[in-house]
Design a binder for this molecule. Structure first.
Ligand code: NAD
Ligand code: TYD
Length: 356
């Protein structure tokens, strides 16, 4: 008999940890979290559930087939929700190897082990099993200012090593469904923001530098557009797809919140002016510093989330205004978390990336 357990990969990272916490609040059954704990994985994100009998943590690499196979045989999950990845575009430009290793080879290894496990299940269990692959809008490439938003039917055109490695993993997932019948689902989501995001990404970086009175780096002309989604809304969409998504389908997820980077940065500065009026640099927007652009920087992303809305009835709950305020408030209330994640390695990355 399949248990009500699900196996999550990469559950100590930003979205994965929010997903594990939401799952334990909203669903029944146990969550087993397999995470390698790279620089981006932080067990502190899950400290509130470490004693929970429905939560188990396994430190390990998705490339380690023996380990993953043992976990599947021991836990007998009804689903795998696959978040584990290298996720930062700028790091993929400096060093693409880890991206190909984890995102392509790691997903391949996980699919192979999942296929063997699924093949060994009884007929009813096989029909109920799901492999849910979490991916990104970046696989579709870049839009011009008047282009229509990305739909599931659009051709892939990844531009960064990160996007290419995620596109490769999406294709493997598709092939495993088509060739072997593995019951897969894929979600492609736009930029997330919210608690636990590692401060190498735009939004937490701006909040931290604003709090600390450091220069806020904006690439190029600051006019690149991203479609922002609050992380809890993304987790809610993933639970919806896992429960009711059609096997073999992909679902685009987005917040219909297209904003230019400069608008995002100015909004955060405005909230900091209100909440931290005593900071030495006021207004915080004085910290904004234009820096050299990212090579190959995609100009605009926008998601058409019509399919998941129509077929599965999912809708985001947060607007950008409500979500960004919650996010800034979370970082202001968690200086201990910030101190923990911005140790030696983080400082070395910042020095390398922003040396210019
Ligand atoms: P993250 O970088 O915060 O976390 C990644 C997690 O995966 C970390 O806990 C890390 O330790 C773990 N990990 C990395 N390599 C591993 C390996 N080989 N084996 C096991 N664990 C490993 O990433 P995130 O922002 O939470 O993104 C999660 C997923 O969502 C990724 O697949 C990403 O491509 C996708 N996604 C992210 C966004 C976004 O805006 N952050 C948007 C759309 C899709
Ligand atoms: P990021 O958070 O890295 O997400 P992604 O590259 O996956 O969209 O970046 C979001 C946008 O912000 C992107 O257009 C690059 C830009 N950006 C800056 O302008 N300055 C920064 O320091 C960072 C990290 C990003």
């Amino acid at each position: 008999m399949l248990t009500q357990t699900i196996l999550v990969t990469g559950g100590a990272g930003f979205i994965g940890s929010n997903f594990v916490l939401q799952w334990l609040r909203r669903e029944d059954g146990t969550v087993v979290n397999l995470d390698k704990l790279t620089y981006a994985g932080n067990p502190g994100n899950l400290e509130t559930v470490t004693g929970d009998e429905r939560y188990r943590f396994v430190q390990g690499d998705i490339c380690d087939r023996k380990l993953v196979s043992e976990v599947l045989q021991r836990e007998h999950p009804r689903a795998i929700v696959h978040f584990a990845a290298e996720s930062h575009v700028d790091r993929s430009i400096h060093g693409p190897d880890d991206f190909v290793r984890t995102n392509v080879n790691g997903t391949f290894a996980l699919l192979e082990v999942a296929r063997a496990y699924w093949t060994g299940l009884g007929e009813v269990e096989r029909a109920g099993f799901r492999f849910l692959h979490i991916s990104t809008d970046e696989v579709y490439g870049s839009l011009g200012p008047t282009d229509t938003a990305f739909s599931e039917a659009m051709a892939y055109a990844p531009n960064s090593p990160y996007a290419a490695s995620k596109a490769g993993s999406d294709h493997l997932v598709r092939a495993y469904q088509h060739t072997y019948g593995l019951p897969t689902l894929t979600t492609n989501c736009s930029n997330n923001y919210g608690p636990h995001q590692f401060p190498e990404k735009l939004i937490p970086l701006v909040i931290l530098h604003g709090m600390q009175g450091k220069p806020i780096p904006v690439y190029g002309d600051g006019q690149n557009v991203r479609d922002w989604l609050y992380v809890e809304d993304h987790c809610d969409a993933i639970r919806t797809v896992l429960a009711r998504g059609r096997v073999g389908e992909t679902y685009n997820i987005g917040g219909r919140n297209e904003l230019r980077n400069m608008e995002v940065v100015e909004t955060i500065c405005g909230i900091l002016d209100e909440l931290r009026a005593g900071d030495p640099v006021m207004p915080h927007s004085q910290l904004i510093t234009m820096v050299t652009d990212r090579p190959g920087h995609d100009r605009r992303y926008a998601m058409d989330a019509g399919k998941i809305e129509r077929e599965l009835g999912w809708r985001p709950q947060e607007t950008f205004a409500t979500g960004i305020r919650k996010t800034v408030e979370w970082y202001l209330a968690h200086e201990g978390w910030i101190a923990q994640v911005t140790s030696g390695n983080y400082r070395r990355w910042m020095a390398k990336q922003y040396a210019m």
